[in-house]
Design a protein around this ligand. Structure first.
Ligand code: SF4
Length: 254
């Protein structure tokens, strides 16, 4: 597939994997998280908000690669590369696959930021062209996952176990949403689950940020979250201690 729908390309990204990166945001996500910081990217179609803001555009593989290659020199110097995010990049699997083939022809380091809600076939299709999986993990409790994201986490957990068994570099990213995902009970259940995984490179604890609230206001969307506060340094240190392990690295931030 030569063309797909994306809604943003961010150059000089420093929180979407190692080094300086270009992040490409694919439109469409199977989940619908209450706190989504890219709510305009959830619907897989090109949309118009407030009768004027169009979100999403068709782009072909060649144009994306040309855009990514503009910063090749920075990737080489910083150990960076390109990250495919969204939305959920695996939702446009054939388009993603075509881009990854071109990335590898150009010796680019590649990362996929995924919510994990996809099929094993899709993961297998791109597996050997991805250097790093940034895998979001929100809850172990299925009911909570269903309530706050709209989908069961069974597939997600199965896919994470699959990836960790294969030994690919996996960074687990935990969004810390106040009183939703950052409760001791939830974090302890995640920690117990992660400790049983075979191979995990790193855990990233992502403090709550206000992007979701800003976007919800900008695009006049209905929101289920009230105004929330970012965790204090003290709270973040307490959370980090929960995850301390000799088996993997733990850091606060992306
Ligand atoms: S998985 Fe990520 S992109 Fe998808 S709805 Fe949740 S926060 Fe948004």
């Amino acid at each position: 597939m030569n063309e797909g729908i994306i809604f943003d390309v961010k150059r000089y990204a420093i929180n979407d994997g190692p080094g300086i990166r270009t992040t490409v945001f694919f439109k469409g996500c199977p989940l619908n998280c209450w706190w989504c910081h890219n709510p305009e990217g959830i619907n897989s179609k090109i949309e118009k908000f407030n009768k004027k803001d169009t979100v999403g555009y068709n782009l072909n593989v060649k144009d994306i690669i040309n855009e990514i290659l503009k910063d090749h020199i920075f990737y080489n110097e910083s150990g960076g590369g390109v990250t495919f995010s969204g939305g959920e990049p695996l939702l446009q699997i054939n388009f993603l696959h075509s881009i990854l083939i071109e990335c590898k022809k150009n010796n680019l380091n590649t990362a996929i930021d995924t919510c994990g809600y996809s099929t094993i076939d899709n993961i297998d299709k791109i597996y050997d062209k991805v250097d790093l999986f940034l895998f979001d993990l929100k809850f172990i409790n299925e009911k909570e996952h269903l309530k706050y994201t709209g989908k069961s986490n069974k597939i997600i957990i199965k896919n994470l176990i699959y990836l960790s068994n294969k030994g690919k570099k996996v960074q687990i990213r935990i969004p810390l949403i106040p009183n939703i995902t950052d409760t001791s009970e939830n974090l302890l259940s995640i920690k117990q689950f992660i400790d049983k995984l075979r191979y995990i490179d790193e855990i990233c604890l992502l403090p709550y940020n206000k992007y979701a609230e800003v976007k919800i206001a900008k695009f006049k969307l209905n929101s289920k979250i009230k105004k929330l506060s970012t965790q204090t340094d003290k709270k973040l240190n307490q959370i980090k201690k929960i995850f301390d392990s000799k088996k993997y690295k733990v850091k606060v931030g992306g």
